[in-house]
Design a protein around this ligand. Structure first.
Ligand code: FES
Length: 576
């Protein structure tokens, strides 16, 4: 147990010199009593709310609920705004700023008198970004997930259809391009598809990452599946506030919770959820911050062992609200209990095994059992071959089975605008067997590894009824999307990875069962192309993006900055 004098905040407030005098003065300026800052732990609430982060539009109110809990438990709450990273609005991609947010969180906590932190986040990169920063700072931390938005339905001609945010954006857009939906349908969908605050209600990156953080033990058990607009969500936020104060006295910090076992649990959960391929990058980055050895190969091993049990879009046909009613993550973890390290500790101060005893049994529909999975295909496969020496990923459970073993001619694009223009060209030379290839979409090349990997189907083929093709890139794909898309090819093309040498007409072969991705061009010809290749000129000569391009690691390493990985100690700031 910690004593009052051991709290970080007391370095600021118990100081007997002029600095302590000034620190206490400034808190009293805001209406607090001298005794408050000298007797209570100070708890930061990192809030990723903003007017351009619609998934987090309720987080100001939730911050008040967290504050209530902190006060009830004898703490001193302070709300600290951080970069909000609303997935849809931020360009060119939120991934460019995940590491920025992680740095901001770490340095906010270090530079201010914080004894513990509640992280209010949920929209895609805000979860790994805030968690990575908190892991590196290593003070008691609870993750309070924004929670998924409510279900929606689309009604046309009296037929009602379940609609999932993100997944159906692509489905409806393809139908519109093919002439099956009209402008009036699209206007109605625009106004209805995201009907409440909260994160995407499919098993996209948001719900994948918040679930992973819960499986790591950093969120209260069962908390991450609660819908944003449920009153249980407000109560959960208050509980986070109450619990973090106790964690501070217990000195229960990330380094005491995060082990190889907790990361193995998180990876198993990703697979059972049919989670987003983006998790492959984020989980490696979080492990890197915690000093835990974890590789892409470990993810592939887990994917072969743990089938998809969560019947949620895009692998299944239900939404997060259904998942919550079916028991949420604790119930899913109970379904894979035999695959988990159940002795791992959680922020609740108890073990995974303790929580699983209280979890409801899987309902067999939304949450399946190991003998009745949603899909015969896994949530992830890591491919290797002469096109991806360091690996690439694919999500077989959201792909077309017939394309998982495929051979076809490449149609190559060097950039996104060129590719988009070609897709709209109804004379484009391609057919359903063509392999679409996009390069310069990786961490350095794009930069920021945007979600360009779900290349659109050429309009000409959409009209013929084609809805999926084999697509390859060094980009990522939204977790809400589906299709036979090989992603995260590493090393990326912009730094001279083999993807840079593919030409239109080359034959590419994929065999997911054998985990193979091959370019059928002989070694001498590839060597000739490599010798003639020149890297593109870097567009950014200053600023954060230049820092990013210089220091970002490749996809198979988690895309963290090289100087932020690991657990080397950082000195506490001087107080004078
Ligand atoms: Fe925020 Fe999907 S856009 S979670």
């Amino acid at each position: 147990m910690k004593t009052l004098s051991e709290l970080r905040s007391q370095r600021w407030f118990a100081d007997s010199g002029m600095r302590g005098f000034a620190h206490r003065q400034r808190m009293q300026q805001q209406g607090w009593q001298r005794a408050d800052v000298m007797s209570r732990p100070m708890v930061a609430i990192i809030n990723t709310w903003s007017d351009l982060s619609p998934c987090h539009s309720h987080l100001r109110e939730r911050a008040e609920a967290v504050k209530k809990g902190i006060l009830m438990a004898g703490g001193y709450p302070v709300e600290l705004p951080a970069m909000s990273l609303g997935e849809v609005m931020v360009k060119p991609t939120t991934m460019l700023y995940r590491n920025f947010l992680a740095m901001e969180v770490e340095e906010l906590l270090r530079s201010l008198p914080c004894d513990g932190v509640v992280l209010l986040a949920g929209c895609d990169k805000t979860t790994p970004g805030t968690v990575m920063g908190a892991i590196s700072m290593d003070i008691p931390t609870i993750f309070c997930a924004a929670g998924p938005m409510l279900n929606d339905r689309h009604v046309k001609n009296g037929v009602s259809q379940v609609v999932g945010a993100g997944t159906h954006t692509r489905i409806f857009w393809d139908e519109y391009q093919a002439g099956k939906l009209n402008a009036a349908d699209m206007q109605q969908l625009e106004s209805r598809m995201t009907r409440s605050p909260g994160t995407c209600n499919t098993m996209g990156t948001a719900s994948t990452m918040t679930s992973i953080v819960e499986a790591l033990g950093l969120a209260l058990p069962g908390s991450t599946s609660i819908p944003a607009m449920d009153s249980a969500h407000t109560r959960m936020a208050t509980q986070c506030g109450q619990r973090i104060v106790k964690m501070i006295w217990e000195d229960l910090k990330p380094s005491r919770l995060l082990t190889r076992g907790s990361f193995d649990n998180a990876v198993a959960v990703q697979m059972a959820l049919g989670g987003s391929t983006n998790a492959a990058v984020h989980i490696l980055a979080m492990a890197g911050r915690a000093g835990i050895e974890l590789t892409l190969q470990d993810l592939d091993t887990a994917a072969r062992d743990v089938p998809v049990l969560a019947n949620l879009f895009p692998s299944g046909d239900k939404l997060m609200e259904d998942f919550y009613y079916a028991g949420g993550l604790p119930s899913l973890m109970r379904a894979i209990e035999s695959k988990l390290s159940t002795g791992e500790m959680t922020v609740a101060g108890t073990t995974v095994a303790d929580h699983l005893k209280l979890a409801t049994l899987p309902d067999g529909d939304v949450i399946r059992t190991l003998d009745n999975p949603v899909s015969g295909s896994s949530a992830l496969a890591v491919l290797k071959g002469n096109l991806a020496p360091n690996g690439a990923v694919i999500k077989p459970s959201a792909a077309t089975p017939a394309l998982l073993h495929h051979r076809g001619k490449a149609l190559v694009f060097d950039n996104q605008p060129e590719m988009l223009a070609a897709m709209a060209d109804e004379t484009l030379d391609c057919d359903a067997s063509t392999v679409l290839v996009l390069r310069n979409g990786g961490p350095v090349g794009a930069p920021g590894m945007p979600e360009w990997g779900n290349l659109p189907i050429p309009k000409k083929l959409l009209k013929q009824g084609v809805r999926d093709m084999l697509r390859l890139s060094d980009s990522r794909m939204s977790g809400t999307h589906y299709g036979t898309c090989v992603l995260h090819i590493s090393p990326e093309s912009a730094i001279g990875g083999p993807l840079a040498f593919v030409r239109t007409g080359d034959v590419i072969e994929i065999n997911v069962d054998a985990r193979k991705l091959e370019l059928h061009v002989d070694d001498e010809e590839l060597a000739r192309r490599k010798a003639a290749w020149k890297p593109a000129e870097q567009r950014y000569q200053r600023g954060f993006t230049q820092l990013y391009q210089r220091h970002v690691t490749q996809a198979h390493e988690g895309c963290d900055f090289d100087f932020l990985q690991g657990t080397a100690p950082t000195p506490e700031p001087a107080i004078f």
